[in-house]
Design a protein around this ligand. Structure first.
Ligand code: UDP
Ligand code: GLC
Length: 393
C-alpha cells in the first residue's frame, strides 16, 4: 500500500480557508514530521489562505474542497435545518466518494483529519478506502451544535481521536473509541521574551507610557470581545492610560460582527482606548509589547494564543471554561475568571495592571510552564506515536 519504501503516506485533510489555530498547529506538525518515516500529503480547499506558508512549499497538495460564498453558506444552513437527513447525505456522500478515490490514487496509508467537516467527509472517505483514521479534534460542541452527530459519527467511523485538551476529550466519554489527549504546542523559538520592535508602539498609535492589554483571536462572538469591551469601560477611571490592542479579523461568514464590536466600543466611549489591529503576522511582537494578555472566550477548546503569551512571558487573564484551566494555573501564571462576567474580568485586569511586579512574576512562571509542557516538538512526537500505533509500525 505504501508509496515510497518504508515511508508511510499521511493524508492531512482540512477544509478551512481562513487561518486559525487549527491550521497553524497543522503546519507546525507537518514541518516536524520525521521524514524518514512519514510523508505528508495535504488535501485542502481551493484557495485556502494558509497554504502559502513557507513550511508547506515542498509538501504535496491536492485541492479537494470548493470554497463557498456567504450566500451559499446561509442557503446550506437553511437546507440543513429543513431536510437534515437528505442534506447530510448529499453533502457528505459525494465528496466522501471523490475523496476516497483521491486517497487511493495518492496511495495514502493513514488519514488525519484536522477540521470538523473533514472529520465527517474525510472519515467516511477513509472508511471507504479502508485506511486507518485519526481525528484531530479541536472543537467543543454544544448539544445544539452537532455534538450528538459527532458522537454518532465517532461510533460509526471508529477514529483514533487526538483531543487538544481534556475538555475536548470529554466529548467522547462512553464511546468505544481510543482517545489520546495531546495538548497543543507552539514553536518556542518564535515566542520568546524580549523587547518589541521600537516602531511598534507608534505603528499601533500607542504612547510609551500606555498600559497595554492585548487580545489575540478571531472576531467571533464566542471569543468574548464584547465582554472585554464592557470590562474596559469599567476601568476608564482607575486605569486612565489603559489601551486595548485587539488582534484578529472577522471570519468570512460573520462580516457584520466587526461593525457590531466597533459600534459597541463607540457607545461605551472607548474609541480612544481600543486599537483594532486586524490580522497580524507579528503576534509575538505584539505580545512582547503588552503588559497583560487577555482571552475572554466562552468555552475555548484550548487557545493557542494563551500559550503564545505565556511563552513570551506575559501574565494571562482568561476564563475558567473549556480547556483553559488546563493551561493557566490560576493565581500562578495568570488569573481565571468566570466566562461572560465583565466585572470579574475588569477586576482581574485591574489587579495585574496595578501590580506590574506580580504580573512579571506570573509571566516568568508562564514562560517556564509553556517551555515545559507546550512545545510543538512534543506534539509532533506524540502524534507520530499515534500513527505508529495505528499503522502497527
Ligand atoms: N493569529 C495570528 N494573527 C492574528 C490572529 C491570530 O497569527 O491576527 C494566530 C494566533 O497567534 C494563534 C492562532 O492564530 O496562533 C489562533 O489560535 P487559537 O487557538 O488561539 O484560536 P482559534 O482561532 O484557533 O480558535
Ligand atoms: C481551534 C480552537 C482553539 C485551539 C485551536 C488549535 O481553532 O478554537 O481553541 O487552540 O483549534 O487546536
Amino acid at each position: 500500500m505504501s508509496g515510497s519504501g518504508q515511508r508511510k503516506r499521511i493524508a492531512y485533510i482540512d477544509h478551512a480557508v481562513d487561518i486559525g489555530g487549527a491550521e497553524n498547529s497543522l503546519v507546525e506538525l507537518i514541518s516536524r514530521l520525521d521524514q524518514s518515516r512519514f510523508t505528508a500529503v495535504l488535501l485542502h480547499t481551493v484557495g485556502a489562505k494558509w497554504l502559502d506558508r513557507p513550511e508547506l512549499s515542498d509538501i504535496e497538495k491536492i485541492a479537494v474542497f470548493q470554497p463557498i460564498s456567504l450566500l451559499e453558506k446561509r442557503r446550506n444552513e437553511v437546507a440543513a435545518r429543513r431536510w437534515p437527513l437528505i442534506w447530510n447525505a448529499l453533502t457528505t456522500m459525494r465528496p466522501a466518494w471523490l475523496l476516497n478515490r483521491a486517497l487511493r490514487r495518492a496511495k495514502i496509508d493513514l488519514v488525519h483529519t484536522n477540521s470538523l467537516k473533514a472529520h465527517f467527509i474525510g472519515g467516511l472517505a477513509a472508511r471507504l478506502a479502508h485506511r486507518p483514521l485519526v481525528w484531530h479534534v479541536r472543537d467543543l460542541l454544544g448539544e445544539d451544535e452537532g455534538l450528538g452527530l459527532l458522537r454518532r459519527a465517532a461510533r460509526m467511523l471508529q477514529p483514533h481521536v487526538i483531543a487538544i485538551s481534556q475538555a475536548v476529550a470529554r466529548q467522547f466519554t462512553g464511546l468505544p473509541v481510543e482517545v489520546a489527549v495531546i495538548p497543543n504546542g507552539i514553536p518556542l523559538d518564535k515566542f520568546t521574551p524580549g523587547p518589541a520592535p521600537p516602531k511598534l508602539h507608534a505603528e499601533l498609535g500607542l504612547a510609551p507610557y500606555d498600559q497595554v492589554v492585548a487580545v489575540v483571536g478571531r472576531l467571533t462572538p464566542w471569543k468574548g470581545h464584547m465582554n472585554l469591551l464592557e470590562a474596559v469601560s469599567m476601568l476608564t477611571e482607575s486605569c486612565p492610560s489603559l489601551k486595548v490592542v485587539v488582534v484578529g479579523e472577522v471570519a468570512f461568514w460573520e462580516p457584520e460582527y466587526e461593525q457590531q464590536l466597533k459600534q459597541r466600543a463607540s457607545q461605551l466611549g472607548l474609541d480612544e482606548r481600543v486599537v483594532w489591529a486586524g490580522f497580524r503576522s507579528d503576534v509575538a511582537d505584539i505580545l512582547r509589547l503588552c503588559d497583560v494578555f487577555v482571552l475572554p472566550s466562552v468555552n475555548e477548546p484550548f487557545g493557542r494564543a494563551i500559550i503564545e503569551a505565556m511563552a513570551v512571558g506575559r501574565a494571562v487573564v482568561a476564563t475558567a471554561s473549556g480547556g483553559v484551566p488546563e493551561i493557566v494555573v490560576d493565581g500562578e501564571t495568570g488569573l481565571l475568571v468566570p466566562a461572560e462576567d465583565p466585572h470579574a474580568l475588569a477586576q482581574a485586569m485591574a489587579a495585574l495592571l496595578a501590580d506590574p511586579q506580580k504580573a512579571q512574576q506570573m509571566g516568568e512562571k508562564g514562560r517556564a510552564r509553556a517551555c515545559k509542557h507546550f512545545s510543538a516538538d512534543r506534539v509532533a512526537k506524540q502524534v507520530q506515536e499515534v500513527y505508529a500505533h495505528r499503522l502497527g509500525t
